[in-house]
Design a protein around this ligand. Structure first.
Ligand code: NAG
Ligand code: NAG
Ligand code: NAG
Ligand code: NAG
Ligand code: NAG
Length: 612
């Protein structure tokens, strides 16, 4: 009896904390807040604002009213001063601090980009900064707050780096506020948690987003790093819309399914210790998985960076669709549009197959070598030197580690063993200019990796006019070398091995090749059969593909057809992967989220809004 009462009281208490106490605490400034601001403004020397623990709500008001919001960063310390320009124009400034109606067209909106590693220079940061730029450009009332843990990097330094590294210029610095997170960063880091890493990181993200709320609560939560713990706080406490740009799922369903089927098989003999241990492990992963699904259900708009991620997110965040929350694809800007040349040289390109890839086993250069050798010995027996109608190979790539060097040596040796030295060129660690040169003179671009999630190299081939000949899997197959425009591919659909912008192959060596399918090899072209989602697809091997286009159906690579393919490919690439497309789509999504923000403000924050 007492126990039940105790539990009920605890639940009630937690409910109160999340529903009333914390939201009030983060969002509603203390009484007489305006007097406090006035006091600082009218003081004859610059002094700090006295705000106690109500930093977030004060900082919000100052930022939303200021002519220079970026002044209210907390780079040096967490105290608040007032921007001298705001003091000069104090009447206007004070007027601007007043509460605005939800529908007031002048109401400014604060987009919070939760991205603790904002100063890193990777692909995730490129997306972050391009999104910040689009958000600022889309409307002068938008302000971006960047929540970062790069404590040693000054705002101006970070912004300079963005300009140099990503060539994203003309950012309106005055509308970018940096909020430095100081307290819980180490808990986000996977290296802090020796055990239960993912669970630990979820907790770290929750703590860190509480700090975000404490320093400055935004109007829209944008997660560009994939930190699901933050969704809980943003949705339950702040009650604001959430956009998540997902590069990679934190957990994957097959990992979990594998454990599940294994466990259900031997659930009956939990007797010995080993079983118990793996049973607990299974339980742990199940719980994690459901936490991930649950946290994901708070996200109002999920943007996956490609089809591979999109398919995974759809399979994992199963609650989102029923709740009316969208999952979409938004490709990152690839910055390859400047590779596109207006005029293709009128003379024909050289009959060369270019493979641009780091020398690593998973790039499967060896597969290309072997298939190419087969192609030669089947069609041109006894040949020792290339002629003009026989394609040759170029392997160009970087060699960064000792392992890479070993792979390179192995390949050179194999080239010798296969008697291909006259047919294969190696270009190691060449400069970017030389890469562009190669892209401009070779007819075809190869990619042999299995299940490459994306494949920026293939985009570069197409942009510069190399016709892609690529392995039919993941990114190159679903995202890049596809001549259909589709925002939301339902499932991999049947595609020809030769479409209007490129060619596909598969291999017996593919990890997902089913040996028993081989028996169904019936037609004379001996295409390999693949079963993908219940559909039977046919692809040639690289050797068969080369035989097809160079020997049997030569019209497939006639000068005129290649020219057409090139043009179409470039148009598609610009359409899909350019900065312009990213900006346009991002702004479209921002508009939708804007509307949602108004709705939530009315529906979910009504009571708070009146005092807020
Ligand atoms: C999406 O992100 C993952 C992880 O960073 C990356 O491997 C993949 O190439 C990205 N996809 C696209 C389309 O950029
Ligand atoms: C597109 O943006 C990328 C960074 O995302 C930049 O490197 C590139 O120069 C931009 N290209 C154009 C044509 O604006
Ligand atoms: C090169 O290949 C030959 C023949 O397979 C082999 O005997 C030799 O050990 C290889 N050399 C190196 C350095 O791998
Ligand atoms: C390479 O050439 C040598 C000598 O002509 C020959 O003995 C050998 O069988 C050839 N190797 C292959 C893989 O064709
Ligand atoms: C391979 O294909 C056969 C026939 O379609 C099927 O029965 C079998 O389950 C498949 N094996 C795998 C590992 O997918």
């Amino acid at each position: 009896m007492w126990l039940i009462l105790g539990v009920l009281i605890t639940i009630y208490f937690i409910h109160q904390v999340f529903n009333n106490i914390l939201p009030h605490y983060f969002l509603v400034p203390s009484q007489k807040w305006r007097d406090k601001i006035l006091k600082v403004i009218n003081y004859d020397k610059p002094i700090y604002l006295k705000i106690g623990w109500k930093r977030s709500s004060f900082r919000r008001r100052l930022i939303l009213a200021s002519e220079n919001p970026s002044f209210y960063t907390n780079y040096l310390n967490n105290k608040l001063k007032i921007y001298p320009g705001d003091i000069t124009n104090k009447d206007k400034f004070i007027e601007e601090t007043r509460r605005r109606d939800v529908d007031d067209p002048k109401r400014r909106i604060l987009y919070g980009f939760y991205h603790p590693y904002a100063n890193n220079g990777g692909g995730g940061e490129r997306v972050l900064w391009q999104a910040v730029k689009s958000t600022l450009d889309s409307d002068s009332k938008n302000i971006c707050a960047i929540y970062t843990s790069n404590l040693d990097s000054e705002p101006i330094y970070i912004l300079k780096r963005v300009e140099n590294k990503f060539q994203i210029s003309e950012l309106d610095h005055s509308r970018i506020v940096f909020i430095y997170l100081r307290e819980f960063n180490k808990f986000i880091d996977s290296s802090y948690w020796k055990h239960f890493t993912i669970l630990g990181q979820f907790i770290g993200q929750i703590l860190s987003s509480l700090e975000v709320c404490f320093e400055l609560s935004p109007d829209v939560w944008v997660d560009t790093m994939g930190l699901p713990g933050s969704y809980f706080i943003a949705s339950v406490i702040l009650r604001i819309p959430i956009i998540a740009y997902v590069h990679y799922p934190v957990l994957q369903e097959d990992m979990f399914n594998k454990l599940k089927y294994k466990k259900i098989g031997d659930i009956t003999n939990i007797g010995n210790f080993q079983d118990l241990k793996s049973y607990i492990k299974f339980l742990y992963w199940s719980i994690l998985y459901f936490i991930y699904v649950y946290l994901g259900s708070y996200v109002d708009l999920t943007l996956a960076n490609g089809t591979w991620t999109f398919n995974h997110m759809n399979k994992i965040w199963t609650l989102n669709k029923p709740l009316g929350k969208q999952i979409k694809i938004l490709y990152p800007p690839c910055g390859t549009e400047n590779l596109i040349t207006e005029s293709e040289p009128s003379n024909e390109r050289e009959n060369k197959l270019l493979y641009l890839a780091q020398f690593r086993p998973e790039k499967r250069h060896i597969l290309i070598l072997k298939e190419y050798q087969q192609f030669l010995s089947n069609n041109y027996p006894g040949i020792t030197k290339p002629t003009s109608d026989i394609p040759t190979l170029i392997f160009a790539g970087s060699c960064r580690t000792n392992d890479d060097t070993a792979t390179l040596e192995f390949l050179k040796n194999e080239t010798k063993n296969l008697n291909l030295t006259n047919f294969v060129e190696f270009k190691v660690d060449i400069s970017y200019t030389e890469v562009i040169e190669l892209l401009s003179i070779c007819k075809f671009g190869l990619n042999a990796m299995w299940n490459e999630h994306f494949g920026i190299g293939v985009v570069e081939y197409i942009a510069r006019g190399c016709i892609p000949i690529v392995h039919a899997s993941a990114g190159p197959y679903l995202d890049i070398v596809t001549d259909e425009e589709d925002d939301e591919p339902s499932s991999p659909h049947k595609k020809d091995w030769a479409n209007s912008i490129g060619f596909f192959f598969k291999s017996f060596a593919d990890p997902d090749f089913n040996q028993s399918d081989q028996t169904r090899e019936s037609n004379e072209d001996k295409l390999l059969l693949f079963e993908i989602n219940g559909e039977i697809l046919e692809f040639p091997t690289l050797e068969q593909l080369l035989t097809n286009i160079y020997v049997k159906e030569h019209e497939l690579i006639s000068h005129a057809r290649l020219k057409k393919m090139r043009k179409l490919g470039q148009d598609l690439i610009i359409d899909k992967f350019s900065n312009d497309t990213f900006n346009k789509q991002w702004i479209g999504y921002i508009r939708k989220i804007d509307a949602l923000e108004k709705k939530y403000r009315d529906e979910r924050r009504g009571k708070l809004e009146r005092v807020y």
